[in-house]
Ligand binder design. Structure first.
Ligand SMILES: [Zn+2]
Length: 115
């Protein structure tokens, strides 16, 4: 009875279903991606400087966004992880649809400005 991942629940999506990115069943966010794929998508958006769609970049200055961009490429490389040709449109439109939700989420987290 050592279920310790209960506390993941509040920060992560409450839907269960098939991930749009890797086809595995599990808990999904509002883009219908599992946590791992959501992180990949986020990095892909940063790689492509799709700032409007990135929850991480929300509210950052252009300088900080560039830093984030360089950091992601230094850490994870330049190749896109999730946004492949066939997925690109789907991910983009999904990201577009829930942009408002993403932004709301980012605001809810009230990211501290580091200046
Ligand atoms: Zn996935």
């Amino acid at each position: 009875m050592a279920e310790l991942d209960e506390n993941v629940d509040e920060s992560w999506g409450s839907f269960e279903g098939q991930c749009q990115g890797c086809d595995l069943f599990g808990r999904l966010n509002d883009l219908l991606l599992c946590e791992e794929c959501a992180a990949k998508l986020e990095r892909d958006l940063i790689r492509q400087r799709d700032w409007d769609y990135s929850a991480t970049a929300f509210g950052l200055s252009p300088d900080d966004r560039e830093k984030l961009h360089r950091q992601v490429i230094a850490q994870y490389g330049e190749a896109l992880e999730l946004i492949a040709s066939h997925l690109h449109c789907a991910a983009r439109s999904a990201a577009h649809v829930s942009k408002a939700t993403l932004n709301k989420g980012a605001m809810r987290r009230r990211r501290k400005r580091r200046d």
